[in-house]
Design a protein around this ligand. Sequence first.
Ligand SMILES: [Zn+2]
Length: 248
Amino acid sequence: MNKQQVKRVLISTVIAISGGALAQDDVHWGYSGHQGPEHWGELAPEFSLCTSGKNQSPINISATTKGQLPTLALNYQASGNEIINNGHTIQVNYAPGSYLDIAGHQFELKQFHFHSPSENTLRGKSFPLEAHFVHADSKGNLAVVALMFEQGKENQELAKAWSQLPQEAGQKVRLATPISGLNMLPSKHDYYRFNGSLTTPPCSEGVRWIVLKNAVSASKQQISDFSSLMKLPNNRPVQGINARLIVE
Ligand SMILES: [Zn+2]
């Protein structure tokens, strides 16, 4: 890898974690045509896992293995305080100090962002909206908690963010009312657990995925506010399960 490639990998990794604010300046990718998901692996050498990876996300969750999964240990503050339109999604950045604990291992909540329709599917069922709560440990290992939304009554927590939706790609807005990630989640935290990847280039693997079984609601208007802002669906198609186990 030459110096330029190293720089590109670093930038891409930062993009993946921060959600893509720099993507426009680096390798262009999107959700349709020549820059669409089926071409991501060809767009840049550092995106090759998007094609060759064997533990890619999202997936359709169907055959599962019963396991003794621990209760989801979330210690979240109400400190989602900044909202960004990065051209690929809407992302709420979180202030430091909120954690997910997996078997005694701490992952800090960095941000959450949205996909419409959902990326993961549950026994073939797609949802109109999916949120990804992205966490990183001190070494940069990632854990994502995925939350499905069904169309129904207005989501009050989402409304705080949606009232300040940045309309232009590249726009960043300070939220008047901090958002509680915890208040957005359902009261029951039962989940599916499996290994996967980032669902955007560079499709890096080794991501711990936790998909909540219970959906929450968002209104028809809230869903369409997001999808019309994105203009195109921003969901990567489901990927092969290969040798993976999905534990529930
Ligand atoms: Zn995502």
